[in-house]
Ligand binder design. Structure first.
Ligand SMILES: [Zn+2]
Length: 325
């Protein structure tokens, strides 16, 4: 190879790097102010590891490239949100945040944990929002500049979702596995990456948004999801759980051509890591997210999972314990 050829290759690499940067990915900004039990404390190795795993889970959604407007309170524009406290002592305990600044293309997610004697691993919600000020500000709080998220009349259906963020609670009574690499996961442990990914997807509107509800249909056998992308993959309306918030158990998606249980079904088996399937991504696209590629197995998944370093093993499940997520 000549010097000239080398130089051209080098230039090409630089151009590719720039192109990759122009598509803004959605960023999940975790906020630990309500972590009253120190589950994510930077003073402990366990806390730091859990933070790393949250970042890893957030990276699953780095292929979403919507432009979300910043929520910038001030000059008569004010908003507040009342959330389920992410480290609640009682199930109904709330936390209120007033005039939170939410950066462009970002979601702010408050996280915490507390111990609860039940099988639930985690929960997520966007809280109730109150906003006042200019109409433009109120619309930004409600839809982040995603026009299809704003419904202005009773006969209109939402076609998009532009959330500010939300809160995620983890049940600290379990002995969680908080490692980046699934090889350390042992039977009897719930996997923090799996549950965190699942809960973030709920905050992105999976099972929780008006755009989602607009695609649910009630049938004799229960709820089905009728989003175009999801139906194209499944071959028709997709059966849902009793609440219409998850795929029904037994509905499978695929990853890299291999049939798998969907991450967005209602439960997860201990000792097992689950990943977002093509069907899980398709549903996000159906509620208005710009999924830069509803994954082409060989490229998109290589990119995502390559980062995480977990490409190979979709092993059979060992544990019988199932907890809700
Ligand atoms: Zn769920």
């Amino acid at each position: 190879m000549t010097i000239v050829q080398q130089a051209r290759q080098c230039a090409l690499l630089i151009v590719l790097a720039l192109v990759a940067n122009t598509a803004q990915a959605i960023e999940i900004v975790f906020d630990y102010r309500f972590d009253r039990h120190g589950w994510f404390s930077t003073e402990s190795e366990a806390g730091l590891m859990r933070r790393d795993v949250l970042q890893q889970a957030a990276s699953v959604f780095s292929g979403l490239t919507d432009r979300l407007s910043a929520i910038q309170p001030g000059a008569g524009d004010s908003w507040s949100v009342s959330l389920q406290h992410p480290s609640w002592n009682s199930w109904i305990e709330s936390a209120t945040v007033t005039d939170l600044y939410v950066p462009e293309n970002s979601l702010v997610v408050f996280v915490g944990a507390s111990s609860f004697r039940g099988s639930v691993l985690g929960a997520a919600g966007a809280g109730s929002i109150y906003a006042e000020g200019s109409q433009a500000f109120i619309d930004t709080v409600a839809g982040r500049g995603q026009a299809g998220a704003l419904v202005t009349s009773a006969d209109e259906l939402a076609t998009d979702y532009g959330p500010w963020g939300g809160s995620i609670w983890f049940n600290s009574q379990f002995s969680w596995y908080a490692g980046l690499d699934e090889s350390g996961l042992t039977a009897g442990q719930p996997d923090l990456f799996t549950t965190a990914t699942h809960e973030i997807a709920h905050l992105l509107g999976f099972g929780t948004s008006a755009a989602w509800n607009a695609l649910l249909m009630s049938t004799e056998t229960g709820w089905v999801f009728t989003g175009e992308n999801a139906m194209a993959l499944y071959g028709g309306p997709v059966p849902m759980d009793a609440l219409g918030a998850h795929w029904a158990y037994g509905v499978q998606g695929s990853i890299n051509g291999e049939q798998v249980d969907n991450l967005m079904d209602p439960g997860t088996q201990f000792g097992h890591r689950e990943y977002f399937s093509d069907l899980d991504y398709a549903a996000l696209a159906d509620i208005g997210w710009q999924v830069s590629a509803v994954p082409e197995p060989s490229t998109f998944w290589m990119l995502l999972l390559g980062l995480v370093g977990v490409f190979a093993r979709w092993h059979r499940k060992q544990s019988r314990s199932i907890a809700k997520k």
